[in-house]
Design a protein around this ligand. Structure first.
Ligand SMILES: NC(=O)c1ccc[n+]([C@@H]2O[C@H](COP(=O)([O-])OP(=O)(O)OC[C@H]3O[C@@H](n4cnc5c(N)ncnc54)[C@H](O)[C@@H]3O)[C@@H](O)[C@H]2O)c1
Length: 187
């Protein structure tokens, strides 16, 4: 505020992954995951939102996940946090949209970042598992996600988009095909 005098965009991107079978998830795992992935975005939105509401404009983009839309085993806390983030997105959009503040979410598929390196390092899955699950046959690239965030952030491009959840996952969420059928459709 000191430098720019206004706040146009907040992107809640920070997040942590927790991969543990549900029955072995400790209360500490659960609370830490919810704190970073859901309580953090709430607190950031509340504080930035106050200023956006004062100025009558602003765009908040929450980075959820395909795990915010689907159940994926061994991720009870992570999935609950990302599902919750979509609920928060819709509620803030309903509450603040009439005062000029738009709130949307993006749901990335798997992206090659440090999070993926650590998760794969722990032995949970391979590149081939992810590529085989995605109709477009590849991981998301960081720029795929950045472009979707930039679209939702930009009043000129997405000024009437509010409360939306934008999947950026190469078709993962939309694809209900069984595995062999999906594999037959990939080149
Ligand atoms: N990588 C994927 O496959 C994938 C898929 C879907 C969604 N996402 C989501 O995308 C977002 C970015 O993930 P990424 O893959 O770049 O992960 P990453 O681990 O590479 O980066 C996460 C970032 O969050 C920051 N962070 C973590 N805890 C924090 C805290 N308590 N306070 C402040 N910052 C904190 C880290 O410093 C790091 O810069 C996350 O919300 C993640 O859940 C990632």
């Amino acid at each position: 505020m000191g430098e720019f005098g206004r706040i146009d965009v907040l992107v809640n991107n920070a997040g942590i992954s927790t991969i543990v079978p549900a029955e072995e998830t400790t209360l500490a795992d659960w609370e830490r995951t919810l704190a970073v992935n859901l309580t953090g975005p709430f607190l950031m939105s509340r504080e930035f939102g106050k200023e956006m509401l004062r100025q009558g404009s602003g765009s908040i983009v929450n980075v959820s996940s395909v795990a915010g839309l689907l159940g994926i085993s061994d991720r009870a806390a992570y999935n609950a946090s990302k599902h919750g983030l979509i609920g928060l997105t819709r509620t803030l959009a309903a509450e603040w949209g009439g005062r000029g503040v738009r709130v949307n979410a993006v749901c990335p598929g798997w992206v090659k970042t440090e999070m993926d390196e650590e998760d794969q390092g722990a032995g949970g899955y391979t590149d081939a598992d992810i590529e085989g699950r995605v109709p477009m046959g590849r991981f998301a690239r960081p720029e795929d996600i950045a472009q979707a965030v930039a679209f939702l952030a930009d009043q000129d491009l997405s000024g009437f988009v509010n409360g939306h959840t934008l999947s950026v996952d190469g078709g993962w969420f939309g694809d209900g095909s069984w595995e062999s059928l999906r594999n037959r459709k990939q080149q």
